[in-house]
Write a new protein. Structure first.
Length: 479
């Protein structure tokens, strides 16, 4: 036959084997009183008062007041632990709901990312095709424009070369005209110097002629004086016959001097005639040379003016053509710059296309990463669900066992109280020994359910283990 201690040990074997994870979960699932009564009724621990009745005399110490004090304390502790477990379970459920909402949000974001990626892919493909077509059209247009510009540039270069050759030829002609002009100017200056020299010689000749004329006048005057003297001498000769011979000699001398003077006068006249002829010839030659040089200088000036006018006109035309060529070159340069800018724009478009492709690749990678994260979250949520379901099942089992045990203890307390009340009412205060024995029996009966409460380290440890398990599950849910 089993003793009450053996029965209590057998009834406590199941709670001692409970896992620490289930003890904490049991606090959150407090069943109703009807369920507790229905669950706890088939427990065989209700028969423990009958089984413990032979051991009643062994109870010597009165433990009824201690158990009466510990009963509400134990119940309040269990209720507080149960409420704490319920709070932990509520937090865990909230965490699970939050993880579910984050999972749904991540799935929605993944779906939106997929939609955006598909839209971006389609728009990028369309844009790439449009950009490729536009770039090909622009390339063809730029190629044709470049060929036309190159042809025009070659024609303009040829025209510019021709114009430069013509300018060089006109410059050479101007140089030749300038050299001939300088030569003609030198000839004119030499002719002018010759004319000045001839004028000086003419002036000298004229002065000489004037001097000769004055000498001739002097000679004529002296001849007239000699003739007068001869006439006077002849008159005197005629007057004086005696002195005729001497006078004749003097007349002869005078006639010889006169004849000599006449010869000198004739020679002087001849020289004057020669000088006049030479002067007239030199004047005629000077006039002819002066006229010729004047005509040559005038024709040279006219030719120079004409050449200068032609060169100016030709230079103006060439300058106009040069300006046109410069304008064409500027236009070509601007077109080349535009082509360079267009090529730069094309390179920028290519860079943008590469950037879009890179962004597309990054979006794909981000989408894959998000899908991986969503899968990881889903797996974590599934694991959390499984663990929570396991914890709830274990907690429910633990709670049911604890409730059964509590119900058994309550029944034992109730029966012991009823037995004590009946015994006290039947015996009274006369039989103290029997009363003491009955008191000890009642105290042993009432104390037997709480004999394990005096050593309540194992339920506390179990409750602590349950709390630790729920803490670990809650931390996993937060992660």
């Amino acid at each position: 036959m089993q003793t009450p201690k053996a029965n209590r040990a057998a009834s406590l074997e199941v709670p001692q084997r409970r896992s620490p994870a289930t003890s904490r979960t049991a606090r959150q699932l407090k069943p109703s009183g009807a369920d507790s009564d229905s669950v706890g009724s088939p427990n065989p621990a209700t028969k423990t008062p009958k089984d413990r009745s032979p051991k009643v005399p062994e109870r010597k110490s009165p433990r009824s007041p201690i158990t009466e004090k510990k009963r509400p304390t134990r119940v309040s502790e269990l209720e507080s632990q149960l409420s704490q477990l319920q709070d932990d379970l509520k937090k865990t459920k909230d965490q699970l709901n939050a993880s579910e909402s984050s999972k749904r949000q991540a799935q929605q974001e993944a779906e939106e990312s997929k939609k955006q990626l598909m839209e971006l892919t389609s728009s990028d493909d369309t844009r790439v095709e449009e950009l490729t077509k536009i770039s090909h059209d622009r390339d063809r247009a730029w190629q044709s424009e470049l060929e036309a510009v190159q042809r025009q540039h070659s024609m303009d270069s040829a025209a510019l070369g021709t114009a430069m050759n013509e300018i060089q030829r006109l410059k050479n002609q101007l140089q030749i005209v300038a050299e001939s002009e300088a030569t003609q100017i030198n000839h004119a200056e030499s002719a002018h110097e010759e004319l000045q020299r001839l004028r000086m010689e003419l002036n000298e000749t004229l002065s000489l002629v004037e001097r000769i004329k004055s000498e001739m006048n002097d000679c004529r005057h002296s001849e007239a004086e000699a003739m007068e003297a001869a006439r006077e001498a002849q008159q005197q000769l005629e007057a004086t016959s005696g002195d005729s011979s001497a006078t004749a000699m003097e007349v002869t001398v005078d006639q010889d001097a006169t004849n000599q003077l006449k010869g000198e006068v004739k020679s002087l006249k001849y020289e004057v005639g020669q000088l006049k002829a030479a002067l007239e010839a030199s004047e005629a030659r000077y006039q002819v040379e002066y006229i010729q040089s004047t005509l040559e200088i005038r024709s040279a000036y006219e030719q120079a003016e004409k050449t200068k006018q032609e060169s100016v006109e030709r230079e103006a035309d060439l300058e106009a053509e040069l300006e046109k060529a410069k304008d064409k070159n500027e236009g070509l340069r601007s077109k080349m710059e535009e082509e360079n800018q267009s090529s730069e724009k094309e390179s920028e478009l290519a860079m943008q296309l590469k950037k879009l492709e890179h962004d597309f690749t990054l979006l794909k990678a981000a989408l894959l990463e998000k899908e991986t994260q969503v899968k990881g979250l889903a797996e974590k949520n599934d694991m959390l669900k499984i663990e929570i379901e396991r914890g709830e099942a274990a907690a429910n089992t633990e709670m049911e066992a604890e409730l059964r045990r509590l119900k058994v203890q309550a029944d034992q307390w109730r029966k012991a109280a009823e037995a004590a009340a009946s015994m006290l009412s039947s015996t009274g205060n006369n039989n103290n020994g029997n009363g003491m024995n009955n008191y000890n029996t009642i105290a042993g009966t009432m104390g037997s359910p709480f004999s394990e409460d005096m050593d309540d380290e194992s339920p506390k440890k179990k409750n602590g283990n349950v709390l630790k398990k729920f803490g670990v599950l809650w931390k996993k849910g937060q992660k």
